[in-house]
Design a protein around this ligand. Structure first.
Ligand code: PMT
Length: 408
């Protein structure tokens, strides 16, 4: 099946000699059945003309953020929202820097900032510009935000120098675009439930028992599952994060609310418990703020919270086909995580070393071991990388399940 049939691509052509290759990319995309709308930046228009872009795309070429006609008829918001994928090719060093800093001073950058769609960039620049720490930091920032890249490649450059910086060939960019849409369907038809963030267990109207979880890891997992086509419900404790795109997010405060929301979201094929649920809550919540008077500090009596992971993993007809827990450990990481996997009856567990040396709570990076019945693997990287790795394992798991079901 042709994965590009009827897909809507917004192609942003920024300034660089490789802009001429974008004309070929438009031709290939059209031939593959995609609709292509183009934004040509001022820099891009120094190399190719709106007329040639329009002739190949069959659409009006958009160039000006300040054009009354353009903004009335189409507008930068509609341009980005009505696409399935935004491709920036070529993406110059300057354009990448603007994207990283969130500038919106022309039609291309404004459309990107207003976008809720996946983005793929094909960088093109001199090799020194590509290797400059500023560009590397900027591209790193974009990748951490989920922007995909095609290239750049090594080779001779228009400036006469040789190195990494050439824009990927149009056929290679087309392959990356196809891969994006193929990946986007891998988990379609599967329902996933993800818990994320801390829980806050109230002591009185102003105080609570909580923890340092930011929700970054759980939210990244929910986003990664959704980007592969899963129907995702995220049950999140209090965090400062925006709701991930294309994910149904339910906000809760306490463990009791979290378990109720998870039960309401059932049934699911996949359950991933990344939330740092408070193990205990005050036995009684005071209706009024506890006064700090001359008496001794109050004694808190705690009672156990429901264990959401254990509840979800209980055998039964409503058990998700794959239940994954996390284990936040500060010592004997692997043994403790392994024991938790057995005790809570989850299929896989992600052992998180949250000891003092590696700051994990709240940070962007993580260091984990995925423990399954058949072995373990170690991953280190951004929380987004960890989410992507986990989702790849989930894809493999369901692919193998399908194969074995087909063989029966
Ligand atoms: O949110 P971040 O700042 O990005 O940090 C990520 C993280 C460290 C919070 C996350 O990766 C992580 O390790 N989450 C699990 C934290 C935790 O509570 O671990 P635990 O070992 O106490 O619990 C084991 C498992 O049981 C977890 O899957 C937890 O969600 C679940 N649990 C625990 C208690 C409870 N009452 N109900 C549960 O479902």
């Amino acid at each position: 099946m042709n994965t590009l049939q009827s897909k809507k691509i917004l192609l942003i052509i920024s300034g660089g000699i490789a802009a001429y290759k974008s004309l070929e990319l438009i031709r290939l995309l059209k031939k593959a059945g995609a609709g292509v709308r183009c934004i040509l930046t001022q820099g891009g228009a120094k190399f190719i003309t709106p007329l040639s872009v329009s002739a190949l795309s069959g659409e009006q070429t958009h160039t000006d953020l300040w054009s009354l006609k353009d903004e009335t008829e189409m507008g930068h918001i509609r341009l980005s929202r009505e696409s399935d994928l935004i491709v920036v090719a070529p993406a110059s060093a300057s354009f990448i820097a603007k994207m990283a800093f969130g500038l919106a001073d022309d039609l291309g950058t404004a459309a990107l900032l207003a976008a809720d769609k996946p983005v793929l960039v094909a960088p093109a620049m001199n090799h020194m510009m590509w290797n400059h720490p500023a560009t590397q930091e900027n591209i790193g920032t974009l990748m951490r935000r989920g922007v995909k890249t095609a290239g750049p490649c090594a080779g001779d450059m228009a400036c006469g120098e040789t190195g990494i910086g050439r824009m990927a060939e149009p056929e290679e960019i087309l392959t990356s675009i196809r891969a994006h849409f193929e990946r986007a369907k891998k988990l379609s038809g599967l329902r996933a439930l993800v818990t994320s963030g801390p829980t806050f267990e109230p002591i009185d109207p102003v105080r609570f028992i909580g923890n340092r979880s930011s929700g970054k890891q759980g939210h990244a997992i929910a986003a990664a599952l959704a980007s592969c086509g899963a129907d995702v419900t995220l049950v999140s404790g209090p965090t400062a994060l925006p709701d991930p795109a294309s994910v149904k997010t339910i906000h809760v405060e306490t463990a009791d609310e979290m378990i109720s929301a998870c039960r309401a979201a059932a049934p699911a094929d996949i359950a991933i418990c990344a939330a740092a649920v408070a193990d205990w809550k005050p036995a009684q919540t005071q209706k009024k703020k506890i006064k700090k008077d001359k008496n001794a500090p109050p004694t808190l009596t705690l009672t156990e919270n429901p264990d959401i992971l254990s509840a979800l993993a209980q055998p039964g007809p409503r058990r998700p086909r794959l239940v994954i827990g996390f284990a936040a450990e500060t010592e004997n990481i692997l043994e403790s995580a392994h024991a938790k996997r057995m005790k809570k009856k989850c299929d896989w567990i992600v052992a998180n070393n949250v000891g003092t040396k590696e700051k994990i709570f709240g940070s962007d990076g993580n260091h984990v071991h995925l423990i399954t019945a058949s072995g373990q693997m170690e991953w280190r990287g951004s929380k987004k990388d960890i989410a992507d790795r986990l989702v790849l394992e989930i894809m493999d798991h369901f692919k193998n399940l399908k194969l074995s079901e087909a063989a029966e």
